[in-house]
Design a protein around this ligand. Structure first.
Ligand SMILES: [Zn+2]
Ligand SMILES: [Zn+2]
Length: 388
């Protein structure tokens, strides 16, 4: 040993004292002094000390040789992530409290300050070896994958960061609801019956879009934010209704998405990956066409009274007592028969169209203005525009 190696000599001296009382593995021994000596590998340092002192370790007092299992845990991580597309990852571990207790005990017994705890050590070791094998980067803020290695249960689970998308859909045939009824077994939580999807049928706009995304991304669940709603009898035309998707547990993160995705009665256009879905409410306007039938004959003079609605606001009252206002930008109408007509208008998104026609807690409304009991038979969307 050279004379410049006085710090190491001190380390050897203290190590001898510690090892007289406790059997420690290379990693746990090295960890006690690596920082002090400015070294990176706890294991190499531990081996060097053991070698210099001619002491062999059998069963580590602190970790019970947990580090011998790192290789097999890394193999599990490789297996769990083999069909995942990812660039970054993070590792979390659960280890027995008794190991943490003995680690604390050792450190306070020999007044060793400023050294890494065993949990940090094992977590870093797993990450280092996994990274070396996969060439993927450790990232603590929003990694693509998060591994949880539970040494108590001897299990490895992996969680993928959600993917966010937005697009627009059109629906050119009547008779399909927008939303999918949840799985009857789990009510949407996800269970074995529904392959954890939370839905088991795919006969709605939501169902068709979800099914496509499950397959395309190898994902488990979708959370869709719709920009407005419609009836199963409504058509959605023009460039379509915008929607946002949070896709949970995706295996793929960047599949190729065609500009136009035909899904039977529904077509999705310009589906794109985005960073986040909007958090607050989204303001929008809808251009709609309503087919309205009336109890009595529709007079042209009565219809022309609807002109007054243009650039006016409509008050909508909910059972909860909440009141909202929707602006009508423009309005046009045309009689179809003696007691039916259709109405085209652009209005603030979320105006309850059927109630606007019948007059159910919406003021002013079509039935009142025409002094004729009216009913909205169908309403179709010709354009839906996000306004902010
Ligand atoms: Zn150990
Ligand atoms: Zn279910």
């Amino acid at each position: 040993m050279s004379k410049s190696n006085k710090p190491f000599a001190n380390v050897l001296q203290l190590s001898q004292k510690i090892l007289k009382e406790y059997d420690l593995c290379d990693v746990c021994l090295g960890r006690l002094f690596a920082k002090r000596l400015g070294l990176v590998s706890n294991k190499k340092l531990g081996a060097k000390i053991h070698h210099a002192l001619k002491i062999k370790s059998a069963k580590c007092y602190v970790c019970k040789n947990i580090f011998d299992g790192v290789g097999s845990q890394v193999a599990k991580m490789l297996d769990a992530s083999s069909d995942h597309d990812f660039a970054t990852f993070l590792v979390g571990t659960k280890i027995k409290p008794s190991i943490l207790d003995r680690d604390d005990h050792m450190r306070s017994r020999f007044r060793l300050r400023g050294i890494d705890g065993i949990k940090t050590n094992i977590t870093r070791e797993l990450a280092k070896q996994f990274s070396r094998k996969t060439k993927k980067k450790v990232e603590s803020s929003e990694p693509d994958l998060v591994f949880m290695i539970d040494f108590k249960e001897d299990s490895c689970t992996v969680q993928a960061k959600p993917v966010f998308l937005w697009g627009k859909y059109t629906k050119t045939e009547r008779g399909m609801p927008q939303k999918q009824k949840p799985c009857t077994t789990c009510l949407g939580k996800g269970c074995i019956d529904c392959n954890r999807h939370g839905i088991s049928e795919f006969d709605s706009v939501e169902g068709l879009i979800s099914k496509y995304l499950f397959e395309k991304f190898g994902a488990v669940q979708t959370k869709i934010t719709w920009i407005g709603g419609e009836d199963s009898t409504s058509l959605v035309l023009g460039s379509g209704r915008p929607f946002f998707v949070k896709l949970l547990h995706p295996k793929k993160r960047h599949p190729r998405l065609p500009k136009k995705i035909p899904l039977g009665k529904v077509v999705v256009n310009n589906l794109k990956l985005i960073n986040k879905t909007p958090t607050g409410p989204v303001q929008f306007t809808s251009k709609v066409k309503l087919c309205i039938s009336c109890e009595n004959k529709v007079e042209q003079a009565a219809l022309s009274r609807l002109d007054a609605l243009e650039k006016n606001t409509i008050a909508v009252y909910e059972k909860s007592g909440r009141r909202t206002e929707k602006l009508i930008q423009n309005i046009q109408y045309k009689t179809d028969s003696e007691n039916s007509f259709h109405l085209s208008m652009t209005a603030g998104g979320g105006l309850p169209l059927k109630r606007f026609v019948s007059g159910d807690d919406v003021f002013p409304n079509i039935s009142d203005i025409l002094e004729n009991k009216c009913k909205c038979d169908t309403f179709d969307f010709e354009a839906v525009k996000i306004t902010h």
